[in-house]
Design a binder for this molecule. Structure first.
Ligand code: 5GP
Ligand code: ZN
Length: 113
């Protein structure tokens, strides 16, 4: 995807603060953090959102969740963390490339929406 923001970040065309990377995924700090730790985990292959996962391989999808776990450990989120993937306009998804927000480092509220 030529002009997709997160594809451009994966290609290094837009700078980002890398937290973790492997063959399938890239993880970087959110530019507008909403918690002391706010990392975005994305598949390197473009997928629009969870609605688009029929086009993704099980390997890539599993790699995203494994990377979430890896990032949480690396960031020492021993007290817990929240994982969010906004999908579509009602959820306020703003970047149409599948991503998992990993939020932690502080006590969160029970309210999720
Ligand atoms: P969404 O609203 O789609 O669930 O989340 C998109 C996230 O991407 C937002 O939290 C936003 O702050 C983050 N974001 C948008 N543009 C950039 C960017 O250029 N660099 C980084 N690191 N994060 C971005
Ligand atoms: Zn993309």
């Amino acid at each position: 995807m030529e002009n997709c923001l997160f594809c451009r970040i994966v290609r290094g065309e837009i700078p980002s603060t890398k937290v973790y990377e492997n063959d399938q995924v890239y993880a970087f700090r959110d530019i507008n953090p909403q918690a002391p730790v706010h990392v975005l985990v994305i598949p390197k292959k473009h997928i629009s959102s969870i609605d688009g996962i029929d086009e993704a391989s099980d390997t890539d999808l599993a790699a995203c969740l494994r990377a979430v776990r890896h990032v949480a450990a690396q960031e020492k989120l021993t007290g817990g963390y929240r994982v969010i993937s906004n999908c579509g306009p009602d959820a306020c998804q703003t970047v149409p490339h599948l991503h998992f927000h990993v939020l932690g480092g502080a006590q969160m509220t029970e309210k999720m929406a």
